[in-house]
Design a protein. Structure first.
Length: 454
């Protein structure tokens, strides 16, 4: 406990500020080959021809790979959690976003690798792209995915559902219905270090991969699955990640480097350019969130309807998990006895999306808190007092039936109000997270309470 409240230096701080910290790009293993990727120039197209023969014969080129060289080309990052695979490591048959990798080259220099990429012959048949998730469910929308434009694998449903209480009754009893639409947009994580990997074939038959991944064993499992080798054939070496923020959970460079290293029998390095990072690395997902709250004139939230559209981009990756987290947090830090949530993962011809700082939570929190301000404005109430009134308390149940034992909404809200100089009425200043009683236990909240010890 000596660290609590103490001013302790970061263990890696001196290395950072003096430039001595070693990143993947700083690792030296002798003369290595350089990797470049052939990327799709189209958002959506069929690949009608692919010929790498000219590139393979060029001076300085040691290996060229396409989907034919990948032992297991289609692998899902979350197959272990029941999310089926849908994304090829290297495009096979079609491309679904601009920048999707089709082939990769390992050559003596970056210039030689770029020249080899330019020598690869590809013919495309362009298809109509889809970019707006609001149109993905339209019957006449371009179909971009083998599953259709909506991820269908949520048990018997094609979306994540939450049902609590009697939503129709709540809306029938409301004094006011407050509606809002919120559209948090895509964000590039913008790490100072772009995607970079170095793969080294060892004399022992193992493959050492120097990776910038945020999730070492997760990435190792992904590479092993694509290569169809046991984990003990791989040695992953991490280090300092030069910024990730979620964008380096699904590292895109490790497996392609591994394949090229095995084919060339030489160490290979792939360092993405900043242009590649913006073009083809995963972003935080755009969302379309519709909220409708049934409220009373004195500020009680009786019920909420939520519709969420999550833009997965061209492939599922982590999006089904993101919507699941979204479903757990869609009521925010507030107790709402009647809920109807429908969350869809929609496919578009954007780059596949991924995590960024609170994946699946921050976007819905933005929508919920903005909506609380809208409710307060419509009703003419203080937004702080509206929040405290509806705040989670001990014994309340979440939308998913979880009994809250130590909710922090009330003390955190009070602390925030004090910090910014908000004067609250006495009854609000003295609120606690203790179980509801008296005026804080109106009839509509009685049935949702569960004070049993568990």
């Amino acid at each position: 406990m000596k660290a609590v409240g103490a001013r302790l230096p970061r263990y890696d701080g001196v290395g950072h500020v003096t430039g001595r910290t070693q990143y993947v790009d700083d690792v030296r293993v002798g003369k290595h080959l350089w990797v470049k990727a052939l990327r799709s120039p189209h958002h959506h197209a069929a690949i009608t021809a692919l010929d790498t023969s000219k590139a393979e014969q060029m001076t300085g080129v040691h290996a060229v790979i396409t989907h034919f060289d990948v032992p297991k080309n289609v692998y899902g990052h979350l197959e272990g959690l029941g999310v089926p695979a849908d994304e090829p490591l290297l495009a096979e048959g079609d491309v679904r976003y601009k920048g999707q990798p089709i082939a990769a080259v390992a050559a003596e220099s970056e210039a030689a690798a770029r020249a080899a990429i330019e020598a690869i012959e590809v013919r495309y048949e362009e298809r109509p792209p889809l970019f707006d998730i609001r149109q993905a469910l339209d019957p006449d929308a371009p179909q971009i995915h083998q599953w259709g434009n909506v991820y269908p694998h949520y048990g018997p449903y094609n979306h994540r559902r939450v049902r609590k209480g009697d939503i129709d009754r709540a809306f029938g009893q409301a004094d006011v219905i407050v509606e809002g639409v919120y559209r948090p947009q895509a964000i590039e994580q913008m790490p100072m270090e772009t995607q970079v990997a170095l793969a080294v074939p060892e004399a022992s038959g193992r493959l050492t991969i120097y990776s910038c991944t945020q999730a070492m064993y997760f990435s190792m499992g992904v590479v092993a699955a694509h290569l169809q080798v046991p984990l003990n054939k791989l040695k992953f070496v991490g280090g300092t990640v030069g910024g990730g923020f979620g964008g380096k959970v699904d590292t895109a460079s490790d497996t392609i480097c591994a394949l090229l290293a095995l084919k060339s029998r030489r160490p290979v390095k792939w360092r993405w350019t900043r242009e590649e990072e913006f073009l083809a690395s995963s972003t935080r997902a755009p969302w379309h969130i519709e909220l409708a709250d049934a409220v009373t004139n004195d500020g009680w939230i009786l019920g909420r309807r939520t519709l969420t559209l999550h833009d997965a981009g061209a492939y599922a990756r982590f999006s089904p998990y993101g919507v699941t987290k979204h479903a757990f947090h869609h009521s925010g830090a507030y107790t709402i006895p009647n809920l109807r949530f429908d969350g869809f993962v929609a496919f578009t011809n954007r780059v596949p999306t991924t995590a960024m700082r609170g994946f699946g939570v921050t976007s819905v929190s933005f929508a919920v808190e903005t909506h609380m301000n809208r409710i307060a404005d419509v009703l003419g109430l203080d937004p702080w007092e509206l929040r405290l009134k509806n705040a989670n308390r001990i014994g309340d149940t979440s939308g998913n039936g979880v009994v809250l034992k130590d909710p922090s909404t009330v003390p955190v809200t009070l602390a925030a109000a004090e910090r910014v100089g908000i004067e609250l009425a006495g009854g609000y200043r003295s609120m606690t997270p203790e179980p509801r009683s008296g005026d804080l236990l109106p009839p509509h909240l009685v049935d949702q309470q569960n004070l049993r010890e568990g």
